[in-house]
Design a protein around this ligand. Structure first.
Ligand code: SF4
Length: 269
């Protein structure tokens, strides 16, 4: 099977009409996704059968972030082996049974065994797994205060805020801009609760990605030449209950899950 040497080689096989049938805004974006292994050539309906057969399924290229996530997961899994599931379950609002600890993530059961293998119906990306393992191992299980704050106002938030804005809030905002049913779908699919009067936003939804780590998403629609805006807020106990790295992973994992969902529903992001 032939491998692509660069993005331009992929682009040369597309008709460059930017028709968006693949869900991407331009052929160039699609070509870059194929080159990185995120998308496959056959997802563009204009590519010839011969070219699809020639290039087949391209392997996903590992990037630095994936390698880093793998290292973090491996450290967390080592640590998990020494955790007393029964004792932790009582503390962190989970249950323990048959060598697994089970929590609710977005209202759905999510179990982990001693080796760190996850058992759940929801799509789990490595970010979400990192957040869940951080919660099981490190959560201080502080009672919620119901005082919502942005990440930058948490004790160690300043160092993470910019990166969080780029990798989480910006991704979610782009999704919300094009996916008009996003907030009602979050309520329907992830047991979210729509709330009023939150920071003067047009829409606000509270989600429970982990038992003691709720998340408030506020969206301000565009108006009079002003761009839309989106902010993600945590309870001010968030850092005690998940750690700043766990909160970062949770936000980025959630944003990437939602971006994928939007694409599946045919909303280009
Ligand atoms: S489907 Fe995507 S990649 Fe194919 S021609 Fe249309 S925009 Fe370009």
């Amino acid at each position: 099977m032939a491998q692509f040497a660069n993005v331009m080689e992929v682009l040369s096989l597309l008709d460059k009409s930017n028709c968006r049938k693949c869900g991407e805004k331009t052929c160039m974006v699609f070509a870059a996704s194929v080159f990185s292994g995120k998308r496959q050539l056959h997802e563009c309906p204009t590519v010839s059968k011969e070219d699809i057969a020639k290039y087949g399924v391209q392997p996903k290229k590992r990037n630095k972030i994936e390698e880093e996530n793998e290292k973090v997961l491996s450290l967390l899994k080592d640590r998990l082996a020494s955790i007393d599931f029964e004792e932790r379950a009582e503390t962190i609002g989970a249950t323990s049974h048959n060598g697994r600890i089970t929590l609710k993530i977005m209202g759905k059961d999510f179990s982990v065994d001693k080796e760190g293998n996850a058992y759940t119906d929801i799509h789990v990306n490595p970010w979400v797994l990192i957040a869940a393992l951080n919660y099981i191992i490190f959560s201080k299980a502080k009672p919620l205060s119901s005082n919502w704050v942005p990440l930058r106002e948490l004790p160690s938030g300043k160092d993470w805020y910019r990166l969080f804005g780029q990798s989480c809030e910006k991704v979610l905002k782009k999704t919300a801009d094009t996916y008009s049913d996003l907030f009602s779908d979050l309520v329907r699919m992830f047991s979210g609760t729509q709330v009023e009067d939150q920071f003067k936003s047009d829409v606000a939804v509270i989600l429970s990605p982990l038992p003691l780590v709720p998340m408030l998403i506020c969206y301000w629609k565009p108006e009079e030449g002003m761009e839309s805006a989106l902010g993600l807020f945590f309870d001010d106990t968030g850092e005690a209950n998940l750690g700043i790295e766990g909160l970062y992973s949770l936000g980025v994992g959630f944003a990437s899950m939602i971006e994928k969902l939007a694409r599946q529903h045919g909303h280009s992001v």
